[in-house]
Design a protein around this ligand. Structure first.
Ligand code: SD4
Length: 318
């Protein structure tokens, strides 16, 4: 059932898949496909977890992480903690193509974007304002600070040192209820591979927090001599294992895509048995696979595939 070209992305974000596929069909490159596909999610705010108006941080601001990788040249462009610019993956591509750098962050990344002609605008919406004000009112989970408690007299912040060590054990999870970060891989018939991601990260994160999505080999990886991979889930944990890099290297060593994905997930499980996360992989023959860590509340991971077998994107699950 393998065929090329192929587009595959995390979560049931089918309009993103369709946008990438039609980009390829109309003669666009795999980089164009990944950029257009992820940008569709930035515009549609896929599930509130990609693009503007979602996942406000502790200060109420939505900030974006994104990356894109060219598997032919191994060039990468990425932005992290990007403020006030909606098209994060577009800025990531500009970093790749207009500079010799790989990753720009924060205010400076936004300034770079403005210099490149991207429009600066407020990423806050009524929805993100609401999430933030609910949190201020005392919906204090999750707490991404160690050894501290929100001060109950002052709603969720500022924070107080935690009373006992035992409370350190309090678990936190990335959002397992809804969909998440878009990670996408595109391959064409001539063996070009590109991969990319776009996300607004985790809700109520500490300002300045950067997740796995803009980190090369963590959020995504592409090598046209092998294939590509992209990950989603609890980035703070996942980025410690470079799962996308690992999956591509396993495929290079001969593993099929499903096995490569499974091994990349198991590697993380050894240390964090109940982490929330999933990965997708594809190789240059058009075979693809996925794996997730099945934990309570997350027993099935959905992803999308487009290839010549179907006119419309196919919903897959693992
Ligand atoms: C992050 N990996 O910033 C992203 C969020 C995500 O499922 O994918 N959550 O950690």
């Amino acid at each position: 059932h393998a065929s090329l070209p192929l587009v595959i992305n995390t979560w049931p974000f089918k309009n993103a898949t369709a946008a990438a596929w039609s980009t390829l069909q109309s003669g666009g490159s795999v980089l164009d496909a990944v950029e257009k596909g992820c940008a569709r999610c930035e515009t549609e705010q896929c599930d509130g977890s990609v693009g503007y108006g979602g996942s406000p941080d502790e200060s109420g601001e939505t900030t974006l992480d994104a990356m894109i990788m060219n598997g032919d040249t191994m060039e990468v462009g990425a932005v992290a903690d990007l403020k006030r610019i909606k098209n994060a993956i577009g800025v990531a591509r500009a970093v790749m193509e207009k500079t010799d750098h790989t990753l720009l962050v924060g205010e400076s990344a936004s300034l770079f974007a403005e210099n490149m002609g991207f429009v600066a605008e407020d990423l806050t919406t009524n929805k993100s304002m609401n999430i933030f004000s609910q949190w201020l009112k005392g919906n204090c989970q999750p707490n991404y600070r160690k050894n501290v408690f929100p001060d109950p007299s002052k709603s969720c912040g500022p924070y107080k040192p935690r009373a006992t060590l035992k409370q350190n054990k309090r678990k936190r999870h990335a959002n397992t209820h809804s969909h998440d970060t878009i990670g996408m891989i595109a391959l064409d018939q001539d063996g070009h591979v590109a991969a990319g991601t776009s996300t607004n990260g985790l809700t109520h994160k500490v300002p300045g927090r950067v997740g796995d999505s803009p980190i090369v080999g963590a959020g995504a990886y592409a090598d046209s001599s092998v294939g590509g991979a992209a990950a989603t889930g609890d980035g703070d944990v996942m980025m410690r294992f470079l799962p996308s890099y690992l999956a591509v290297e396993l495929m290079r060593a001969g593993a099929d895509p499903s096995a490569a994905c499974k091994t990349a997930i198991s590697r993380i499980k050894r240390h964090y048995s109940d982490f929330f996360g999933a990965i997708i992989c594809a190789n240059t023959t058009g075979h693809y696979g996925a794996a997730c860590n099945k934990v309570s509340g997350f027993s099935q991971f959905h992803y999308m595939v487009s290839n010549t077998e179907s006119d419309t994107p196919l919903l897959k699950s693992v």
